[in-house]
Design a protein around this ligand. Structure first.
Ligand code: PLP
Length: 376
């Protein structure tokens, strides 16, 4: 059996509905920044109970646009080291310095105590990442801390579409929420992203920034770029959003199957979300015992059993060559992230995974762990 680690899902009915809208859009002549993008923004804002949604052409663009209004020249922004490189990159692109914080080993999200330790007079704000789709359980504490210190809080919600804490959606706790619709994500537009905010001024600035800094009269009033979402992407997004609740229910079901199958394996620690959180399960990470070589497990799973697995994220950002060379970060700076992330393995997670495939994957994993352990 071959099992891919992620796969975007479109039912036949959804493909047909997309094709109908594509035909209408192509005949209309309005191929970008048109009625489908506006409808996608309206529906995404309503789904998340946010006032404003601004569609852009990637999750990286969402972060780029979200940071510009905060004028970061000479300032610092505290970011988790456990994230995709777009998070710290966006700080650099906006003229600021990313300051990496360590990780909470129980959630894989940013360590809020470490955030507090890293605040200096130069700190402008914090970016939190809801890693793998778990709303950072300390998000309210972080929100209060940032407010009290006069810092902005941006939620990189690239993994967390529809995830909630006490019923409140990821992306609506801080000043701005940023989403990615890359094909591996919980929902996709092929390439695309979205910004959520309740701040009218920020929303207006984001609209201007994403269109090369032009206002509604086409006058350029600030330095922006072309970060607009195309109409075909918006159409795909609308039809994915329609099924998002179904996708989330399936991902949670798959997670429950994994938990049942792997709950009692000595060499594996599972990450259980607190009961007030609905996880989006963008990924299903687990932690292997330190005696197990994760890379060997991943290779054996693929080569012997056809099961693709992943990590989230190794190396952590501060150990990428660019950051080490440009910002002088080193191994040893963030010991928890360095130690734990080496052992994190992500099992396949997407809509087409069945109970039977979960049994196959878990049997394969247990057997791989045994053979890797006996070959050390
Ligand atoms: C945490 C995080 N932030 C930002 C991004 C960037 O999104 P995109 O690939 O759509 O630019 C990603 C995407 O992989 C991500 O995982």
């Amino acid at each position: 059996m071959n099992v891919s680690s992620s796969f975007p899902y479109f039912s036949d009915a959804s493909i047909n509905a997309i094709l109908v809208d594509m035909t209408q859009m192509l005949r209309s002549g309005k191929l970008t920044d048109g009625p489908f993008s506006q409808e996608f923004e309206r529906q995404f804002a309503a789904y998340n109970n946010a006032k404003y949604a601004i569609a852009v052409n990637s999750g990286s663009a969402a972060l780029d646009v979200a940071l510009r209004p905060f004028k970061l020249q000479g300032k610092e922004v505290i970011v988790p080291t456990n994230t995709f490189v777009s998070t710290p990159n966006s700080v650099v692109f906006a003229g600021g310095n990313p300051i990496f914080a360590d990780m909470n080993p129980h959630t894989l999200c940013i360590d809020t105590e470490d955030v507090k330790r890293r605040v200096t007079p130069k700190t402008a704000g914090v970016i939190v990442v809801h890693i793998a789709g778990l709303v950072c359980p300390q998000i309210r504490e972080l929100e209060e801390f940032c407010k009290a210190q006069g810092l902005f809080l941006i939620e990189d919600s690239a993994h967390a579409h529809g995830a909630t804490l006490d019923g409140q959606k990821a992306g609506t706790f801080g000043d701005v929420g940023c989403f990615s619709f890359y094909p591996t994500k919980v929902m996709t537009t092929c390439e695309g992203g979205m910004i959520l905010t309740n701040d009218e001024e920020l929303a207006a600035e984001a609209r201007c920034l994403r269109s090369c800094g032009q206002n509604a009269d086409r006058q350029m009033i600030m330095l922006g770029d072309n970060w607009r979402l195309s109409e075909p992407a918006a159409i795909v997004g609308l039809h994915q959003l329609e099924h998002l609740e179904e996708f989330l229910a399936k991902r949670n079901q798959i997670a429950a199957w994994y938990e049942k199958a792997l709950g009692n394996i000595e060499e594996i620690s599972l990450l259980k979300p607190p009961s007030n959180i609905r996880h989006s399960y963008y990924k299903y990470p687990l932690i292997l015992a330190t005696s197990i070589n994760r890379q060997k497990v991943a290779v054996d799973l693929k080569e012997t059993f056809g099961v693709e697995s992943g990590h989230i994220y190794y190396p952590p950002c501060h150990l990428h060559p660019y950051y080490m060379e440009t910002f002088g970060t080193r191994m040893g700076n963030l010991p928890t992230a360095e130690r734990v992330l080496k052992q994190v393995l992500c099992l396949p997670m997407h809509y087409l995974i069945t109970q039977q495939s979960v049994e196959y994957i878990c049997d394969a994993l247990v057997s791989t762990i045994k053979s890797v352990s006996s070959n050390v």
